[in-house]
Design a protein around this ligand. Sequence first.
Ligand code: LLP
Length: 426
Amino acid sequence: MEDSFSPYFYFLDRELYCEKTPIKKIAKKFGTPVYIYSKKAILDKIKEYKKAFKDYPTLICYAAKANSNLSILKIFQEEGLGLDIVSGGELYRGLKAGFSPEKIVYAGVGKTDRELMDAINAGILSFNVESLMELDVLDQLSEKAGKKANISIRVNPDVNPKTHPYISTGLKKSKFGIDMEDALKAYEIASKKKNLNIVGIHCHIGSQIMDVSPYKEAVEKVVQLVFKLKKEGIELKHIDIGGGLGIKYRPEDRPPHPEELAKVVIPYVKETGLQLLIEPGRSLVGESGALVSQVLFLKDKGDKHFIIIDSGMNDLLRPAVYQAYHHILPVEKKNEKVTADIVGPICETGDFFALDREIDNLKRGDYLAVMSAGAYGFSMSSNYNTRPRAAEVLVDGENFYLIRERESYDYILQPEINEKIQGEVK
Ligand code: LLP
């Protein structure tokens, strides 16, 4: 497997496989664009995390936002993980996938009353509260529900995770969490609320983090605060350090192993004796997935060669929003290479997957795979340009299963043409 991108996606006789399944077989059966995930890649990552944290009481709460397909959630649920959610929709999905509410944590700066109420009634492990106003509202709603809500304060440790600014969340100027200096006061306020039950402290510093030192900085600050709270008589049960570990997007990337994260975090948390919670998303599913597309057209403009494919920024938004690099592989290798812009069919210049990329000389009808698309791929996709969202397929050895069918035009239009519609179209 001399030029395999990962153990789960590799070439055999010049043909790209996912596990033991030729990708072409899946593309032919279900059409393109199609997201393809390796079940083994996910299970192996879960194992890595479990092993790394096995010597300290840790609950791994998978961050649903990375990939919230029900069948994918089910894998994590069956492996005994918890769930990190950020919306009522994710709570709904999580419960449908069978997660116990006692393993669900809920962050987010803007939770609606209905979302809060649903989670109060479900009895989740922790609301990760991001403002004083949220504390008030949560207290009132809990009273109404006749229940007590478990809360943690999401603190903002003001550390730089050294990643893309749009996915840095622990800096003081960002909208997330409550500043460290205001956290003590927030806990004091919370401790006086009759319908709130303080259970923990939460932080999340950012995503696609390629060096674990910012975690050390953050957890050090959080643990200091935990001791301060203890002095004030406020006892916690857990410390939640969020998610954020990076993955391999470029062949030369060497993201930190979960062991490295455990090594910097556990010694600090251990001093407190509290349970540890972590919320990895991308690092559990990112490398397990590829977005497979078909070449529609080729065109040359001046000295530029364009490969136009049937996926667009509606299917995978990351290159357009974060200028993200995704490695691209042919599904069948060619003898020649070209340098090309690989672009989608959408009416925007930002609709590209790669610029000036050296790639096999693909022809109309050939397939290609955009790698490391298992996280924030389908979950950020949309119907822009009235494009049906892609199918999703889970590969398990030589078997593969459709886990989300391709959307149809009727499905997209249904909310605009059903019997409830009171406007022009009936
Ligand atoms: N916990 C919280 C509170 C979060 O906000 C996030 C991600 C995670 C956990 C999971 O982080 P991860 O382990 O996946 O890095 N759409 C962007 C990433 C946004 C991340 C948002 N929060 C991208 O495609 O790069």
